[in-house]
Design a protein around this ligand. Sequence first.
Ligand code: PRP
Ligand code: ZN
Length: 292
Amino acid sequence: MSRLRVAIQKSGRLSEKSLEILKSCGLSFARSKDKLFWYGRDFPVDVLLVRDDDIPRMILDGVCELGIVGENIASEVMLERGSESELNRLRKLGFGHCRLSLAVPEKMAINSITELENARIATSYPALTRYLLEKQGVKPEIVELSGSVEIAPGLGTADAISDLVSTGTTLRANHLKEFEELYQSQAALYGRANDISEEKQTLLDRLLARLEGVMQARESKYVMLHAPREALEKITELLPGVEHPSIMPLEGSDRIAIHAVCGETVFWEHLEALKAEGASAILVLPVEKMLA
Ligand code: PRP
Ligand code: ZN
């Protein structure tokens, strides 16, 4: 029987959430001693634990069918390898948000990206940085570094850097200022653009349907409340992402119970607005699983 392999980051920012999302899809694993390959027990999907930077190449080279990795890394590898190396982004996963930004020393006066023409820019993402700068008409001199990019300006080996920024702590600690955001990234599930066997495709379709359900459930809330019958229309409008709520009469009362799945985030402001329309006993519950 066919099995699929999905590569995830072994240790780092994406590791925990990558594993968590696979588990939410009903996958569980027998962890092997070497810890680099976990066998899927309940669903024929195995996990490979690797360096995140290696994931796109492993998919393209056929070591695994799937991988969870930052969009920035996938883009870097596709640009580096050229157009025949297409990765297929199957689903954005809503975590691991960060941005690729240009940063310069705090004291450097700079007003426009064009001032970086011929400047030395240190980065771990040479292809993506070059591509994004050239799109804006700037030709930089790229200094490729595999890590510790943020210390390059202080050492005098670069004038600026192009690096991932999440909280900005790394930049501040190194007296750098974010000057221009080049690219926004988050974690996504990738596969190859072409030919996998029919059996594997069937398996992949099942996994993707579950993943879609997980992602939708994460964004959804089940809301229950009581309301005056005449407020039904207004209340339906106030429930984010709801068109057809369930209506139930309340024994011995002229009020009704309204139940609905909200497809968008429910904020306190929404609840306050519902209350103002006469709603009471408002409950907001998480949705655990969903299958459309
Ligand atoms: C990135 C980047 C910075 C840091 C920025 O590295 O290279 O060092 O994160 O994060 P901050 O704005 O929250 O300080 P990452 O953790 O992705 O490590 P890696 O490049 O080794 O995978
Ligand atoms: Zn990395």
